[in-house]
Design a protein around this ligand. Structure first.
Ligand code: NDP
Length: 469
């Protein structure tokens, strides 16, 4: 029998409603959320397949594949017949890749924090869970990223064990492998939550199996002391792979056309900046929604294994089939948009991190920060205090970090010119993801902080962009 969690009835605090342990995903599932879950479970794998096949068979032209399908020139059967099939050779390659990342994660404790000034690696504390626990994490993502990429470059230049285009060349067979891992890990995490959960007090059972499978039951599933599912699957096979996939696309352009376009270089550079930023700030990532709020289910497990590597890299894939050389003005505009977006994204995240780490005894934009004092309760009813920053970028909007992220996303897409819709999918997706995340987060913060959250939203009324949202 799963533990029967229920939101405890809060004490009336000056007549205000405050709830215990109210962070993490929803306790009750409404019909709207359930419909969304079913839709995503059914459609997300198809969306990934559609985009990859559109590139492989229609040079990334959505209009061409749709015209062919609707005019009857192509059927789903004929498209499927031309799609590369499952390959045991690729399964072996993928297994080597995943095992290599596991070994780097588990058996190479971080030494880069001893070498690189300002980098916070090694054993770090996560945020307090709803049950009041503080987990420890071995932060060694930057080290894994460096080792993997040095080996990749050494191979390309000297060893030639495999072709640098290996990822592109096996892209669809790899899609089958990543799906197998994505489903396996999500299903394992789901069963584990019932049979041997890591922290039973942090599990949430909504009573709806589909919702629980999708959104996860366990908060921080682990095997042993250090193998943390969330940290590993999001960071390692997913984000370490991101830059390798882009390098493989650049290598393919070189092989096919004898040169690499400036658009491909821009996509590689801007996305590498984002990836390196993630690993440089991996300890900070422990305080983000993925780790602090989301439970580990299909949404994170399958999403990290399949959605992230295949759809976050669509621009590079598009540029292999459509080698666009941008004018200097266009390239400079894309670079400027990407860098300004990155600056806003990083500075906003940094301001919150600095503010929280120093408990407000820091300087934001040259001044003492302003903030709102908040109170919240963990699931056992213990009260805790927190602060919500209201100055710097956090005084401009409640999620200006998302705005910066969206500007960066638009820059990657704009590097692909205006010829096709497909590379812009990433921007559309990020807008939906971050707007939904913003609403989700605010709903949770409202439940967590009660009246204090209302005082905060009155002080900072804008969510993402002044005058718009
Ligand atoms: P945030 O870093 O904005 O974290 C939100 C949390 O911060 C809230 O739940 C609250 O948590 C706390 N908080 C909110 N307002 C304040 C404030 N004024 N002062 C101090 N703390 C506050 O969100 P995410 O974790 O979603 O995102 C982190 C970054 O990752 C973002 O820049 C986002 O763009 C990026 N991202 C990228 C994705 C991608 O796929 N590329 C996906 C998701 C995110 P608490 O309970 O501690 O108060």
């Amino acid at each position: 029998m799963p533990p029967q969690n229920s939101s405890k009835v809060p004490p009336a605090e000056n007549g205000k409603s405050v709830q215990y342990g109210q962070w993490g995903r929803a306790w009750q599932v409404d019909w709207f959320s359930l419909a969304g879950v079913v839709l995503l479970l059914c459609c997300a794998p198809g969306i990934v397949f559609f985009f990859v096949v559109t590139c492989e068979q229609y040079q990334c032209s959505i209009s061409h594949i749709l015209i062919d399908v609707f005019s009857g020139d192509a059927t789903l059967g004929s498209i499927w017949e031309q799609t590369p099939s499952f390959s045991w050779m690729v399964v072996k390659i993928y297994c080597i890749w995943v095992v290599f990342q596991v070994v780097l994660y588990m058996y190479f404790p971080d030494i880069t924090h001893k070498i690189l000034p300002g980098y916070a690696g090694g054993v770090q504390d996560g945020a307090r869970t709803p049950a009041g626990l503080i987990n420890q994490y071995q932060i060694n993502g930057l080290q894994s990223w460096i080792i993997t990429h040095v080996l990749w470059l050494l191979n390309a230049k000297y060893f030639h064990w495999f072709s640098p285009t290996i990822i592109f060349d096996n892209w669809i067979p790899l899609l089958w492998c990543t799906n197998i891992l994505g489903y396996a890990v999500s299903t394992f995490a789901f069963i584990k939550a019932y049979l041997f959960p890591t922290n039973p007090e942090d599990c949430k059972f909504s009573g709806n199996v589909l919702y629980d499978y999708m959104m996860g039951v366990e908060f921080n599933p682990r095997i042993g002391k250090w193998f943390d599912f969330k940290l590993f699957f999001n960071g390692r096979p997913g984000i370490v792979a991101w830059t390798l996939i882009n390098l493989s696309y650049a290598a393919k352009q070189q092989e096919l056309y004898g040169y690499v376009t400036n658009s491909m270089i821009l996509v590689n550079v801007l996305q590498a900046l984002y990836v390196l930023d993630f690993f440089w700030n991996e300890a900070w990532y422990l305080k983000t929604i993925d780790i602090c709020h989301d439970h580990f289910g299909w949404y994170l497990g399958w999403g990290d294994c399949v959605w992230l590597p295949f759809l976050y890299t669509l621009q590079g894939l598009y540029l292999v089939y459509n080698p666009i050389q941008l004018s200097t003005h266009h390239a400079a505009g894309v670079l400027a948009l990407g860098l300004v977006g990155y600056y806003i994204f990083r500075s906003t995240n940094h301001q919150k991190d600095l503010f929280r780490r120093t408990e407000g005894t820091c300087s934001i934009w040259g001044r003492k920060p302003t903030f709102i004092e908040c109170k919240y309760y963990s699931a056992d009813g213990t009260p805790h205090k927190s602060k919500l920053l209201t100055s710097g970028f956090w005084g401009v909007a409640r999620h200006f970090n998302y705005t910066g992220d969206l500007m960066g996303s638009l820059a990657y897409c704009a590097a692909c010119g205006g010829g096709h819709l497909l590379p812009y999918f990433y921007f559309v997706y990020m807008t939906i993801l971050l707007v939904h995340r913003c609403v989700r987060d605010e709903h949770r913060c409202g439940a967590k902080y009660g009246e204090d959250w209302k005082r905060y939203t009155a002080a900072v009324p804008v969510r993402l962009l002044p005058g718009l949202f």
